[in-house]
Write a protein that binds this ligand. Structure first.
Ligand SMILES: Cc1cc2nc3c(=O)[nH]c(=O)nc-3n(C[C@H](O)[C@H](O)[C@H](O)COP(=O)(O)OP(=O)(O)OC[C@H]3O[C@@H](n4cnc5c(N)ncnc54)[C@H](O)[C@@H]3O)c2cc1C
Length: 413
């Protein structure tokens, strides 16, 4: 019998394993493919801890639908009869209410600021290594109107000390010379950081293995046997695996594992793409979020990545050439030298999206030994350490370091 079984070896599963092992628990991580096979591999690696405003803000639906109709939005919803997706979209629209914003921002601030501190600890202790740098993030705008449109959101960040500094014209050029001279300006969120996600997973896995965490790869969990309101066994192709506690950290696929237990998890796969390259000669030094096109350009010492788009088209991860090309053409609108060589990888991954843009962390109602850690949407890397620490505290019966109540599954039941 295992002590704790974590299902899913993405950044969230590894973070849970880390803090559970630190608390003295014996952990086994079970992964359907290989460590880092999911969204945690090819994402943009921003530790976007200033991103307190959720996607579901007043006016978001109108803006995105107009953008989709005009063909200017990076959002794509494949037309099909998917009742789960339709319900998700309706609830997303309902969540875009101004009265919901303050509580959502407070919840996001709690997990993001905790993660920022914990990442600092992990990197300063040398626990993990991943081209980590704190240079902030530039939100870059071609148009003055769009740039001005960020002023209101930026004001919301002032009480948290996270407001960005505006950089217009020559101030932008001197801060980031890799950007084109014809851009209007950028907002510089100075406190944000970035890292290389694949390197993070590689080094974290190594550290966990050395600390006794066991990994079982190529093992897709099929379901659970329950008895007396508990998970009695995890059902895997190799047979049954028994454990005192079970953590579901299966990203976009978590809902499928919970449904047979009668639990509704409104997580939709939000497909994104990235292209990883060698550094161009005029490589940005600061990660740039190319705002009108919602594409991120992330530089590392070891390379350079363009990533973005949000496609609701189911669980397929085949590469759509048009979307990959759109990343390149977007970068060309903002950067002097948008592409590097060689192209190392073209990739697609599925973000686990909740309609209220908050993760799902906490005990599964009615199943005593089942813990959930999923639904991190566009911020899974950023939120990973605080999620892992909170999961370990809840399992070990320690006082939680942040209020878990905004993240509970009960909000959807
Ligand atoms: C293009 C793109 C850019 C992004 N940029 C950023 C960014 O800059 N910053 C940021 O913070 N976040 C970013 N994200 C979001 C981030 O990648 C995700 O939120 C995060 O990776 C989710 O981690 P996870 O561990 O929950 O899921 P995953 O990494 O998807 O891990 C889940 C794992 O569970 C496994 N699994 C599933 N089902 C089973 C089963 N039945 N049995 C066993 N194993 C199973 C899967 O194989 C997978 O390995 C981006 C995402 C995309 C797509």
């Amino acid at each position: 019998m295992d002590d704790v079984v974590v299902i899913g070896a993405g950044v969230i599963g590894l973070a849970c394993a880390h803090y559970l092992a630190e608390s003295g628990r014996r952990v086994r991580v079970i992964e359907r493919e290989a460590v880092g096979a999911g969204a945690s591999h090819g994402n943009c690696g921003l530790l976007f801890t200033s991103d307190l405003v959720p996607l579901c803000t007043p006016g978001a639906v109108r803006k995105e639908i107009l953008g989709m109709l005009r063909g200017t939005s990076p959002l794509f919803i494949k037309p099909r009869l998917d009742l789960g997706l339709i319900a998700w979209l309706v609830k997303f629209a309902a969540a875009c209410r101004p009265d919901r914003l303050p509580a959502a921002m407070r919840a996001r601030e709690s997990i993001l600021s905790s993660s920022e501190r914990l990442f600092d600890e992990l990197f300063s202790e040398g626990a993990v290594a991943a081209d980590y740098e704190r240079r902030g993030v530039l939100l870059v705008y071609r148009s003055e109107e769009e740039f001005d449109g960020y002023t209101a959101a930026n004001r919301l960040l002032e009480p948290y000390g996270l407001a960005a500094e505006p950089l217009v014209g020559s101030a932008l050029r001197s801060t980031e010379p890799a950007l084109r001279p014809d851009l209007y300006g950028a907002w510089h969120h100075r406190t944000d950081a970035h890292l290389r996600p694949d390197a993070l997973l590689h080094s974290w896995r190594g550290r966990l293995s050395r600390n006794g965490v066991l990994f079982t790869e190529n093992c897709a969990v099929k379901g659970f046997r329950t008895a007396g309101g508990r998970i009695d066994a995890v059902i895997a192709p190799t047979g049954e695996i028994r454990a005192r506690d079970v953590v579901i950290a299966a990203g976009a696929w978590a809902a499928g594992l919970l449904a047979p237990l009668g639990l509704k998890l409104p997580v939709q796969p939000g497909k994104g793409y990235s292209i990883t390259m060698g550094r161009p000669a005029r490589c940005p030094e600061i990660p740039c979020y190319l705002h009108e096109r919602r594409v991120v350009a992330t530089p590392w010492k070891s390379g350079y990545r363009l990533g973005g788009t949000m496609e609701f088209s189911g669980f397929g991860i085949h590469l759509n050439r048009r979307r990959l090309d759109a990343l390149k053409s977007a970068a060309a609108e903002y950067l002097e030298e948008p592409l590097g060589r060689p192209v190392v990888e073209e990739w697609a991954g599925l973000r686990p999206m909740t309609y209220d843009d908050l993760p799902v962390i906490g005990r599964a109602p009615g199943v005593a030994n089942l813990m959930l850690a999923t639904g991190h949407g566009m911020l899974g890397v950023t939120c990973a350490p605080a999620t892992g620490k909170l999961v370990a505290e809840l399992i070990c019966g320690e006082p939680p370091h942040i209020d878990p109540s905004p993240f509970g599954l009960h909000r959807f039941q």
